[in-house]
Design a protein around this ligand. Structure first.
Ligand SMILES: Nc1ncnc2c1ncn2[C@@H]1O[C@H](COP(=O)(O)OP(=O)(O)OP(=O)(O)O)[C@@H](O)[C@H]1O
Length: 250
């Protein structure tokens, strides 16, 4: 059992144990994850960083049940997801996991409001109107709800994507380079919101990023190198993250 799990008062939202992911076979096999054990606490904002090719995206995909694993276990909200069938995995992703992608991934024919509520609708769930209103208010989307994605700025589209990720009150939100397509001001707004969703709304966020400034919004940075855990920084600053990355040769 990891130290995090045994901490009094700390709940683990997502946990990987001995995670192995291999691409290819024989001489050309790449050990993208070579036995990663890491726990992500609930109610915390964690960034995953590391040099290019270190396994960040692979780790996130395996944690989110988007990719199968070759060894080890993943637990999301207490449920072991490694070994779940496609149907159960789809349900788990739909009901208990939120996603924010670099490219927003909104449906162009739907309004902002319809995009935010689509997942719940597909799941046959009724939105919690109070929670919906809270998210919309905090994200400053009230007067944009009837607009289609093409009528919104990049920053507004990503805020709609954040609302969509949070509306079902998931166990965890995975954000994959959420500021990668945004200018620094819009990026800062999205990061402010992700941090606030953790501090004030009690959500759990795990974000992959290349950007030390983006990582400094997190409570903790987990570093990967060559498919291994290579560091763990609490209360990161852009400088401390940059220094740690330099040590890894990034
Ligand atoms: N589908 C795939 N087939 C073969 N190899 C892959 C595949 N996906 C990833 N890899 C390899 O696995 C390793 C880890 O890749 P991954 O994309 O997880 O790294 P990353 O840290 O997210 O990189 P980046 O920062 O460049 O996005 C790399 O060596 C990569 O080339």
């Amino acid at each position: 059992m990891s130290a995090v799990v045994s901490d009094v008062g700390t709940r683990t939202a997502v946990e990987a144990t001995g995670l192995v992911k291999v691409y290819g076979k024989g001489d050309t096999a790449v050990h993208a994850l070579a036995g990663v054990t890491v726990a992500f606490e609930a109610g915390r904002f964690t960034a995953i960083m590391g040099p290019s090719g270190s396994g960040k995206s692979t780790l996130m995909h395996c944690l989110a049940g988007l990719d199968d694993v070759d060894g080890g276990q993943v637990r999301v909200g207490g449920t072991e997801i490694t070994g779940l069938g496609d149907k159960d995995l789809t349900k788990l992703r739909r009901d208990r996991v939120g996603f924010v992608f670099q490219s927003f991934n909104l449906l162009p024919t739907l309004t902002a409001e319809q995009n935010i509520l689509l997942g719940l609708e597909l799941a046959g769930r009724k939105p919690d109107r109070e929670w919906f209103d809270t998210i919309v208010e905090v994200l400053g989307l009230r007067d944009r709800l009837k607009h289609k994605p093409t009528e919104l700025s990049g920053g507004q589209q990503q805020r709609v994507a954040c609302a969509r990720a949070l509306v079902a009150r998931p166990d965890v939100v995975f954000a994959d380079e959420p500021t990668g397509n945004l200018d620094s001001r819009s990026g800062a707004e999205v990061l402010d919101f992700l941090r606030m969703s953790v501090r004030k709304l009690g959500q759990t966020v795990i974000m992959v990023t290349h950007d030390p400034v983006a990582a400094s919004y997190a409570d903790r940075v987990v570093l990967l190198a060559d498919g291994h855990l290579a560091g763990d920084i609490t209360a990161p600053t852009a400088d401390s993250v940059l220094a740690a990355l330099k040590n890894l040769g990034a």
